[in-house]
Design a protein around this ligand. Structure first.
Ligand SMILES: Cc1cc2nc3c(=O)[nH]c(=O)nc-3n(C[C@H](O)[C@H](O)[C@H](O)COP(=O)(O)OP(=O)(O)OC[C@H]3O[C@@H](n4cnc5c(N)ncnc54)[C@H](O)[C@@H]3O)c2cc1C
Length: 1004
């Protein structure tokens, strides 16, 4: 089943109409079982209705399908029908992974737009004929005073049908209500028609709310929580014109493509309004399945081969195929025509924190702007992703403007919460974008790039009416995942270089209507549609199982991190700690080091949790290396895994989006590529907008050069009075502006080493330990005896020490680099690649005897003990470390943790797998075949980033480019087993040893 949304049951869920009258369910087995699982009967005035628990309804529908053996693919839209060489049907679908072909015998189109009629170029003769029809939309409220009212009269100037709205009680009682309003709109079944309807009716929702909370006594204190993602309709203008057929007529459904049926033909062409009723539609579906006997779908999906290039065109279509991590089984598929084409000055792909603001500024700059987003509206993570407040980040500039717009709406709807109201933010952005004439394509997925040589000229977009192409003079990739840049061929790194780990994603969790709970769970590979679907299934099952637990989950998979596009400059964590200044600085971000996940930087491993820093963003971070015509904004900008946590705050990214739009407008007006514009002029403009200080225009940037005496005094100032992580202990409004001695010392380069060694000899106690850590950052062994003796003293007890430090904002481990103090020293020891470490690791392994639950303990930090030893041993790469690693692997919680099917609601299982992989990598680096076996076992793991990690490592170790195929690798291992040699891992990320060459703003 291919579903364009991220959830099922759209007639009740997308429309936000999770109710029905009790007798209606007769005739549908599915509905009956849904009522049993998640419906309850409520009195609504004089009548009764069945109301569903939204989250449980979504889960129930998924469970039913999965139990029946149906494979689900979310967030995917059909873009072509085809026949394969062996005369099978082919449905080509598009998504964030590009384009894939599903080979099947029969195709059943259950889409509300009757998409297959567009794909088959069959005219859809609709009885509505684009004329006025009636549509329904719903608002969800809490805190409504119970009055038994079912209908509320509203003023005629609102334009609501019959001047009344209908009330339906919500599942949770206590003032939880749905308010349905109907409006007459043009019924054209097209992208444009739909956009117009959605935008008009959404704006009306806020006006209606304003009326209710100000004029209707029972709504005086009501809070608007959410609203329909999609309209329900079209209904005939007069109810009596609505016809519902008892049974489905199969001859009304076929289209001019073999073995293909379009269910909504019956609705559009035969006027059967039964399809709009979820109960009736479910029973039609069941009837249909019985009628169509050749309904044998073979679950074989095949991805298209290579890039699809149209030879007749000066343009190239790029849809790379290596995004899907599993099932690479390629066939050739003919080129498809894309039948709707648009042009713009500026195309903004993605309308989230950065894209919404980018499009608005672009339009204000006079650019004809088109915006494409896969959500049904604007705001991305900040609205559909459920992140309803700023955290760190500068709040001035465009972010301040957006805040003001949102606050104005909140005032209208009497919202007083300290976080923003998501409906208000969606409205504020939509209303502004609409007013500025931005053409918006919602529920639309960018799935390919249009290029000419090295220039990006536009994108391919899948809509519910077919695919379209959009050409633009300048493109802004604001997908947050760098999708468009990656489609165009930009180089990127997924997550961390070493192991592809990313910060935890979130499927917004609404514990009750309007009440969000931030969550920190596991990883997703957004560029692999199978993994995307898995992450949705898993995300929805987290916290939802408590009796009245989670009311609903959001509709957008919000990744904290995904792809990092490699730009002309790649920012790393050392740049941030050294407070590097850039000649082409265009924005200044502000944050603590908000690492919600696993760090790979030696800084955090050494215990240095950074302070709140201001971080300059150079323009070149937005320019993908080797590619023109495009700017990348949002969290995909060119930075490492450990640099992203401090530059990803919403307000900073809203500002960056707007700044990119200024650059795009300059480029378009001057007929240049973004790379060619004069960044000095851009900076002048940004200064005028109040986003960067004027001094940036005239300042002179210099590197710091240390004299020998200064090096000695720098080492003298090394942190001894406080642990390094104390830097992070700052209030939110404080900004750290001094130098960090430990960082300066560790990044000067070789010339500091003699001074460090001398200081080491002359010192004692904690100073000696800290200097030993600094020496370890240079991979020097001099300080090893001190590190070992300090660690062994700390490990003298019968149990491993727990974390004692109180570190701000830490959640379940691994998080934020907060771990027991001894782990920092273990990581430092690991950097020295010294064999004497093995005895220490053995001691750790002997003390480890955890049960599964211990891994969840915030203070235990078990994850870090196992990780520190594994990471150290992989750098040592010595067969003598194998027994210790095997002992670690013997811990049941980290042994054979791979997962080959379905999803895991328990996110800790993934963290334990990450440890197993770390042990596996380490064993392999020490020359043990067992390590290779562990990695091979993960190749088929459903958690795409784990299998990606295993595959990357096997390729690095073997020097071979074999596919992700267990059998192929097993055969290879069988022949190579006896010849395996240790291969220490030598790379260092995020570390610089050249701080005397970089420009900085601190010059004393
Ligand atoms: C769970 C979580 C909690 C956070 N907490 C905070 C916080 O408290 N405060 C804070 O300031 N920051 C927080 N952050 C960070 C911040 O919210 C994000 O870094 C920021 O919103 C990212 O902005 P963006 O523009 O890069 O991406 P997004 O806002 O996610 O926007 C990307 C948009 O692109 C669209 N899109 C993606 N791919 C495609 C495609 N192929 N085709 C069409 N459209 C596409 C998406 O639908 C989306 O609308 C949090 C992030 C997360 C995930």
């Amino acid at each position: 089943m291919v579903e364009s949304r991220t959830y099922l049951g759209s007639d009740m869920t997308a429309t936000l109409r999770p109710w029905m009258v009790p007798s209606e369910h007769q005739g549908s087995k599915l509905m009956e079982s849904c009522i049993g699982a998640c419906g309850k009967t409520l009195q609504n005035g004089s009548s009764q209705s069945i109301v569903f628990h939204l989250d449980k309804l979504k889960i129930k529908l998924e469970d039913e399908l999965l139990a029946a053996g149906v494979e689900l693919l979310y967030a995917s839209i059909p873009i072509a029908l085809t026949r394969t060489e062996d005369n099978w049907n082919g449905l080509v679908i598009a998504n964030k992974s590009g384009r894939q072909l599903i080979r099947c015998q029969a195709i059943v189109d259950a889409s509300e737009t009757a998409i297959t009629t567009f794909l088959a170029r069959q005219e859809l003769k609709t009885s509505f004929n684009g004329e006025m029809a009636c549509y329904k939309r719903v608002l969800e409220f809490t805190n409504v005073k119970e009055t038994g009212q079912q209908v509320i009269s509203v003023p005629s100037d609102l334009g609501i049908k019959d001047n009344k709205v209908q009330l339906y009680p919500g599942f949770h009682g206590n003032g939880h209500y749905y308010v349905e309003y109907q409006i007459s709109l043009q019924s054209e079944n097209s992208v444009e028609g739909n956009r117009h309807r959605e935008s008009e009716s959404q704006k009306l929702g806020i006006t209606l709310t304003e009326f209710l909370v100000h004029n209707v006594p029972s709504f005086q204190k009501a809070m608007l929580c959410t609203s329909s993602n999609e309209l329900k309709g079209p209904y005939p203008m007069e109810e009596e014109d609505s016809r519902i057929q008892e049974n489905v007529q199969i001859e009304n459904l076929s289209i001019n493509h073999p073995n293909t049926w379009c269910l909504y033909r019956d609705f559009y062409e035969h006027n059967n309004a039964g399809w709009l009723d979820p109960v009736k539609a479910a029973s039609y579906g069941e009837q249909f399945a019985r009628l169509v006997e050749i309904f044998i779908l073979k679950d074989k999906d095949i991805q298209e081969k290579n890039q699809d290039t149209n030879m007749d065109s000066p343009y190239e279509i790029r849809i790379p195929v290596d995004f899907l991590e599993r099932d690479h089984n390629f066939v050739n598929v003919p080129n498809h025509e894309v039948f709707l084409s648009k042009t713009a000055d500026v195309l903004v792909s993605g309308g989230g924190s950065s894209g919404g603001s980018a499009a608005i500024v672009s339009a204000e700059e006079g650019m004809k702007t088109i915006l494409v987003d896969l959500n049904p509206g604007l705001g991305g993570t900040g609205t559909f992703g459920g992140v309803d407040s700023y955290w760190f980040g500068h709040r001035h500039g465009y972010a301040e403007r957006i805040t003001k717009l949102v606050k104005d709406v909140q005032k209208r709807i009497k919202y007083k919460g300290h976080k923003w109201n998501i409906e208000a933010k969606k409205y504020a952005l939509l209303e502004t974008a609409d007013r500025l004439g931005i053409e918006m394509l919602f529920n639309a997925i960018t799935f390919g790039a249009i290029t000419k040589g090295t220039r990006v000229c536009g994108s391919l977009v899948a809509t519910r009416w077919g695919a379209c192409s959009i050409m633009a003079d300048c493109v802004i990739d604001a997908t947050g995942d760098g999708d468009l840049a990656a489609f165009a061929g930009a180089k990127s790194v997924y997550g961390a270089v070493r192991d592809h780990v990313v910060m935890w994603y979130s499927l917004a969790q609404y514990n009750s209507p309007g009440k969000l709970q931030n969550n920190f769970t596991s990883m997703v590979n957004v560029s692999d549609v199978k993994d995307y679907t898995r992450a949705i299934l898993a995300g929805r099952r987290r916290w939802s199982m408590n009796v009245d637990g989670c009311h609903d989950h959001g509709i957008y998979v919000a990744p904290r991190e995904s792809r990092h596009i490699i730009g002309d400059v790649v920012m790393n964590m050392s740049d941030q700690l050294l407070q590097r200044s850039w000649q082409d600085c265009i924005n200044i971000h502000l944050s603590n080091h908000d690492m919600k996940g696993i760090s790979e930087a030696n800084w955090l491993h050494a215990g240095l949790i950074p302070p709140n820093l201001e971080i300059e963003i150079p323009y070149r971070m937005l320019l993908p290396k080797g590619i023109d015509g495009i700017l990348v904004v949002g969290k995909a900008i060119s930075a490492t895994h450990d640099a992203l946590p401090a530059i990803r705050m919403q307000s900073d990214l809203e500002n960056l989006g707007g700044i990119a739009a200024l650059a795009a407008a300059m480029a378009v007006k001057e007929n240049k590529y973004p790379r060619q514009i004069d960044y000095g002029l851009l900076q002048e403009r940004i200064v005028k907008e109040g986003l960067i200080p004027e001094s940036i225009l005239t300042r002179k940037l210099d590197p710091i050069h240390y004299t020998d005496e200064q090096l000695v005094s720098l080492i003298d100032s090394i942190e001894v009075n406080e642990p390094l992580y104390e830097y992070s202990n700052m209030r939110m409004n404080e900004i750290y502006q001094k130098r960090i001695p430990f960082v300066e010392i560790c990044t000067v380069g070789k010339r500091i080493i003699p001074f460090l060694e001398k200081a080491y000899e002359d010192s004692a106690g904690i100073r000696k330990v800290r200097i030993a850590q600094a020496l370890a950052m240079y991979e020097l062994k001099v300080g090893v005896p001190t590190l070992i003796s300090e660690i062994m003293t700390m490990l003298e007890g019968e149990q491993l020490p727990k974390r004692t430090a109180d570190i701000l904002y830490v959640t379940m481990p691994p998080d934020h680099g907060a771990m027991p103090d001894v782990c920092y020293l273990l990581y430092s020891l690991g950097l020295t690649r010294d064999k004497r470490s093995i005895a220490v690791w053995r001691r750790v392994a002997n003390l480890l005897n955890p049960i599964d639950k211990d891994f969840e303990d915030k203070m235990w930090g078990l994850f870090y003990y196992i990780h520190a030893v594994s990471v150290g041993a992989e750098r040592l790469g010595d067969s003598e470390a194998i027994p210790v690693l095997m002992k670690l692997w013997g811990i049941p919680s980290v042994n054979m943790q791979y997962c080959y099917s379905s999803y895991q609601a328990d996110f800790f299982l993934e963290r334990r797998s990450l440890l197993e992989l770390a042990i596996g990598r380490s064993l392999a680096r020490c020359g043990s075949p067992q390590g290779y076996e562990i990695l091979i076992n993960y190749l088929d793991d459903v958690r795409s980033l784990l299998s990606k990690q295993a595959h990357t490592e096997l390729r690095l170790l073997s020097g071979l480019n074999l596919n992700k195929d267990i059998l192929e690798w097993t055969d290879w291992l069988e022949t190579e087993k006896a010849l395996l040699k240790p291969q220490p891992y030598l790379e260092q990320t995020d570390l610089a040893h050249d701080n005397e060459t970089i420009t900085r703003k601190i010059t004393s």
